[in-house]
Design a protein around this ligand. Structure first.
Ligand code: FAD
Length: 740
């Protein structure tokens, strides 16, 4: 080798290799220290001998990237030469300068003071951010790996690697292999990634908390930058096993080691990122990849060519990493567990993914835009332009009218989690044409409308061109009992003549609302359940007068609104009658089944969002020496909220499934149950969130007060709790009596 080096790098190398030592650790590419006859010191990295998996141990790539980075602010060792000729030492290798510094292998940094530890971790993040900020084209690395699809490639690669080196069955690995590729977050940028960025792979200045070289670029490529960051953060999620680092239960604050959220915060600051969404996915992947790496080491240990004595013990960590990875996957998407309990259709999963992405990309970021535009409009009863823009986008994305099984091909069960996702944002349901009362009214027209009624009203409603209102409740009578409804509908030669007064007609304030579904009496003398009918009334019909908008705890709900409307000698064509005279109750049943369950699904989404807001807030403020999140009573509030949301959700899914499999009539006890349970549950959750926010919770700076007001009405709208509980009790009596 001496002769060879003398020939290829005469400017730095003398004549002979005087001393050669192998570095400890380095599981993959054996690394050596050597000195020449002039006391020049070098490091050599080579491929391991023996049979290798293809694409692994590419020292040629390492050499290329280190050389390219010499021109950047990323600290790297000077590299001198790459030898691809197997004849020299049996495998390809490269030579770089030996640097004197500190390799700090123990992540707890026992030799350092707390302030040094903080500085060291901050430097680590700063260098990682610099790696990810490298302009690829400028340093000739634009083709260092394929652009995009990083996680697809990585999951494929590590799956193959894992399966190629499998020594035993690990069920969690199989689950991750199935779940990870179907849930990859959209990749927004491609950067250089190191692939093994950790404390032990950088060299610090001998005395200062400053990195002088990033080492071991074997796994570097172009890819998703969060893969490096999440890998670096793995010790926050694992205990120490053999030589694999893990913080376990170490008190990081006391040691001066930044907690994971601080690491992410600093990284985002250095890279001008607003935040990192779905962090748990990235951690799940990193644990999966870690398991894949360990499995490779275990296999090599079996074959006898691993370069570490610890290889066997490290191999045993595979199962633990896989288990933690699966746990993180569940935390990334707790829905995984529910999904295993219910038979969702094959259409469901891809739609859910698409909807989640749409929410992230278009809905949440535009909530503020919507509010700002609304406030800037000359009247509160006009539509912020962003709404129609987002509707077009939702249509294009195929996320339109998902609520209607006949149109979307989804089951009620499929729709439940999708509707929940929409319920997380006050603007979302309308964006997807899935909002009340339109869905209920469309349901009526879809099920019971004549072909002409469908053409004239259902079509534009389904296209999102017009909106509608449902006019049943009346100020003069207790409308919980629909048989009390007094509005008269009289058949004449010219059409039906309508007289009456309605209130709480939601959506009637919307300038696009052009059609009302009205309930009234056609035959006061018929048996109670045959007296009422439903008829279509165009808003502009003479005699229709919108008197005022009712407020909900002071909110006007503009531009939607809940109106009080007088119908004075309103004449509508005979063909506007739906299904036939006296069929109003029958239609109401058909309308309210799906409509009620949709309210419940959305309400679960609202509760989830409020719990999220609560958890975020209590981790930002401190009282009496600790985070609010650390006080026992607050923890109990969070725990109860989680338990109650999950209970209610299961009940909703069960009801949705019952509707799909047994029909709305048989499922009516379950629909009644959820209609009473869900709003009550959500109110408790929101109330706790308000409490944890302190004064801010009841202000308009947060959405909690508005959410509370909105959900409180659901204990009344579509029937008060007591009416649904009455149904549950009556059905319970029937069940019990049938046993006697
Ligand atoms: C924000 C909002 C939006 C609404 N949107 C619409 C809409 O779009 N279209 C529409 O037609 N209506 C709508 N409503 C009206 C709603 O459906 C009614 O308010 C509800 O059905 C109750 O009728 P009521 O107000 O006449 O109360 P009442 O019938 O007077 O009942 C008052 C109370 O009596 C009690 N009660 C009633 N029955 C029983 C019983 N069997 N056992 C024990 N206690 C009982 C309950 O506590 C009930 O809240 C909306 C209401 C609100 C608040």
């Amino acid at each position: 080798m001496g002769t060879y080096l003398e020939r290829v790098i005469p400017h730095v190398f003398g004549k002979r290799v005087e001393k050669i030592l192998q570095f400890e650790g380095g599981q993959s590419n054996p690394t050596y220290y050597f000195m020449d006859d002039k006391n020049n010191q070098f490091v050599l990295r080579k491929k391991p001998s023996g049979q290798l998996l293809p694409s692994a141990h590419a020292v040629e790539r390492e050499y290329r990237v280190i050389k390219a980075l010499a021109k950047t602010d990323v600290p790297v060792p000077p590299v001198y030469h790459l030898c691809t000729d197997h004849a020299v030492i049996g495998t390809p290798f490269y030579v770089m300068k030996y640097l004197q510094g500190r390799i700090l292998t123990d992540i707890a940094l026992p030799q350092c003071s707390p302030s040094e530890r903080t500085a060291i971790y901050q430097e680590l993040i700063s260098v990682l951010a610099r790696i990810h900020n490298v302009g690829l084209a400028g340093v000739g690395l634009a083709d260092f790996g394929p652009a995009g699809n990083y996680y697809e490639r990585q999951i494929g690669r590590w799956t193959k690697q894992y399966e190629g080196s499998k020594t035993k069955e690990i069920p969690e690995m199989d689950k991750l292999i199935k779940w990870l590729p179907n849930n990859i977050p959209t990749q927004k940028e491609t950067t250089l990634v190191h692939g093994d960025f950790r404390l032990g792979n950088v060299m610090f200045h001998p005395t200062e908390p400053k990195i002088i070289a990033v080492l071991d670029w074997e796994l570097s490529t172009l890819g998703h930058p969060y893969s490096d960051l999440s890998y670096l953060c793995l010790p926050y999620h694992t205990p120490a096993i053999a030589t694999i680092p893990g913080f376990g239960n170490i008190n990081l604050e006391k040691l001066g080691i930044p907690v994971e959220s601080k690491i992410i915060e600093l990284y985002c600051k250095l890279r001008s990122l607003p935040k990192i969404s779905n962090w748990n996915y990235f951690i799940a992947f990193s644990l999966f990849r870690g398991a894949g790496i360990f499995q490779g080491i275990a296999k090599r240990a079996e074959l006898g060519n691993a370069s570490s004595a610890n290889a066997k013990a490290i191999g045993a960590a595979t199962a633990l990493y896989a288990a933690r990875g699966w746990e993180k996957a569940i935390q990334s998407d707790p829905f995984i567990q529910t999904q295993e309990l219910f038979p969702f259709s094959p259409k469901f999963a891809p739609l859910r993914k698409k909807l989640l992405e749409f929410m992230d990309e278009h809905v949440y970021p535009n909530e503020e835009t919507y509010a700002k535009q609304h406030n800037a409009l000359p009247t509160r009863w006009a539509i912020p332009p962003i709404m129609e823009e987002l509707k077009i986008k939702a249509k294009e994305a195929g996320l339109w009218n998902l609520w209607l099984p006949g149109v979307s091909g989804l089951t009620n069960l499929d729709y439940a989690p999708l509707c929940e996702i929409m319920g997380r944002s006050f603007i979302a349901p309308e964006i997807f044409n899935c909002s009340a009362p339109d869905t209920g009214n469309m349901e009526v027209l879809h099920r019971y409308g004549s072909p002409e009624q469908k053409e004239k009203y259902l079509k534009p409603l389904l296209e999102g061109k017009i909106r509608s209102a449902f006019c049943m409740t009346e100020p003069e009578v207790a409308s919980s009992d629909a048989s009390n409804i007094q509005t008269s509908i009289v058949r004449t030669d010219k059409g039906y003549l309508i007289n009456g007064r309605k209130w709480w007609s939601s959506g009637a304030g919307d300038p696009r609302c052009s059609i009302f579904v009205l309930m009234g009496k056609t035959n006061p003398k018929a048996p109670a359940h045959l007296r009422q009918s439903m008829i279509l009334v165009e808003r502009d019909t003479p005699g229709v007068k919108i008197l005022r908008t009712l407020s909900v705890f002071g909110y006007d709900d503009a531009p939607h609104g809940h109106s009080e409307i007088v119908f004075e000698n309103v004449l509508v064509p005979l063909e506007n009658m739906i299904l036939g005279e006296g069929r109003g109750f029958e239609i109401a049943q058909g309308r309210l089944g799906p409509g009620r369950i949709h309210h419940c699904m959305r309400t679960i989404g609202t509760a989830e969002r409020c719990l999220e807001l609560m958890v975020r807030r209590i981790h930002q403020r401190r009282t009496f020496g600790k985070l609010i999140a650390e006080h026992g009573t607050i923890m109990q509030d969070v725990a109860r909220s989680r338990m109650e949301i999950d209970q209610a959700r299961l009940l909703v899914y069960r009801a949705a499934h019952a509707m799909d499999t047994m029909g709305n009539i048989v499922a009516r006890d379950q629909i009644a149950m959820i209609k009473a349970v869900v709003p009550q549950m959500a109110l408790k959750v929101i109330d706790r969130a308000i409490q944890a926010h302190g004064g801010a919770g009841v202000s308009s700076d947060f959405t909690l007060a508005y959410a509370y007001a909105g959900i409180r009405t659901l204990r009344l709208a579509d029937g008060p709790d007591e009416v649904h509980e009455r149904t549950v009790a009556q059905l319970e009596y029937q069940k019990q009596f049938s046993k006697l």
